[in-house]
Design a protein around this ligand. Sequence first.
Ligand code: SF4
Length: 389
Amino acid sequence: MDMSLQKLLLLGADSGSLARGIDLASERGVSCDGQLPAASDPDLVARALAAKTALGSRAMILGHHYQRDEVIQFADITGDSFKLAQAAADNREAEFIFFCGVHFMAESADILTSENQKVILPDLAAGCSMADMAALHQVKDCWKRLGELGVADQTLPITYMNSTAAIKSFTGKNGGAVCTSSNAKRALTWAFEKAEKVLFLPDQHLGRNTAVQELGIDLDKCVVWNPWKPNGGLTDAQILDATMILWRGHCSVHGRFSRENVDTVRAALPGVQVLVHPECKHEVVTAADVVGSTEKIIQTIAEAPAGSKWAIGTELNLVQRLANTYPDKDIHFLDKTICYCSTMNRIDLPHLVWALESLVAGRLVNQISVDTQTASNARVALERMLALP
Ligand code: SF4
C-alpha cells in the first residue's frame, strides 16, 4: 500500500427498579449470544443515551483509548489501562462500572474497587492475546526451575499491567510489583535495588526496551524464557548469567511493526518523526524518534507544532482519532496494513447497549469478579506499583 493510501486510512427502566430487581449472583457470567441489538439499528445511539440517563450516577463508563469511536463517545472517562484502573478505584459512587476495554483491565478494576461495586465487560470475548501468553502454571514451572538453579531468591517478578489477575497475584505473593508502560523504568529500578535478576512478565518487548534503552543493561544479559520449551529453551548457564529473564509474550498489535516500516515511512515522508509504543520490537524502538506509553503518545501529538509530520506505531483507532483531532498536523499510521486490536474491538455499540439495557431491566450481565485470594495478592502487587518512588 502506498503512503497516500495509508493517509486515506487515517482520515477516513429507572434506578429504582434497579435497586429492587437485580439478581446479582444468578446473572454472573451471562453471555449475550443472540440477544444483541442489530449493529445496523439506527436507534442504537439514542438507546445507549436513554439507558445511560436511566442509570444516572449509579453507572460509570470507562473507555480505553483503543476503543471504537462509537463506544468512546459514551465514556465518562477515557485513558490507558492504568488511568482507567485508577479512575475505577477513585470512584466510590458508581455502583456499576462498564469497562470498555479488555478482560485484564476489568479484573484490575474489580480488584481496586470496593466490595459493593460491580465491574461489567460488555463482551466476555474481549480478551488480550498478550495476557493469555502467560498461564499461571507455566509461570510457576519457570519459578520452580529458577529455584532448582538456586536463583529464585535473587529474582524479583515484575509483571506488566497487561497480565491476568492470576499473574499479578503470583507477582504480589513473590515480592514483586505490577508496572505500566509509563512507569516500567521506575519499577525495574526498584526491583534491582532488591534483587539481582528480574523475571519480566508477559511482554518481552517492554521488558527488553526498558532494560536496555532506559537502564543501560546489556542486550546480552536479556534472555527469553519460552514456556513451550524445556528449561525455557535456555541453557542453565544462560539463566544464571542473565539479568533480565523476559517472558516470551508480545502484543499482537504492536508486535507487527517492523524496522522496514520505519525505513519505508522515512523514505516516503522526509522530515517525518516516528513515534512508537514500547511494546514494539527492539529494532523498531531503536529506530524511532520518540518512544512512549499511550498517554505519552497522545501528549506528544497534542504538544507538537502545527505542520509537523508524524508516523505513529500504535493501535489504529487511536491513530485515526489523533489524525481527526489534529488536522493541522500530518499524522500517518506506521504500518502498511490495518492494525486494530481485534479483541478490544469486540466491544462495540450493540454490546454496550445490550449491557446497559440489561441493567436498566434489572439484570446484571457479564460481571467480572476476581476471587478473594487472587485479588488479595494481586492488590499487593498493584499497591507496590502505586507506591513506587
Ligand atoms: S493492544 Fe495488545 S496488549 Fe493491548 S489489549 Fe490488544 S493485544 Fe492486548
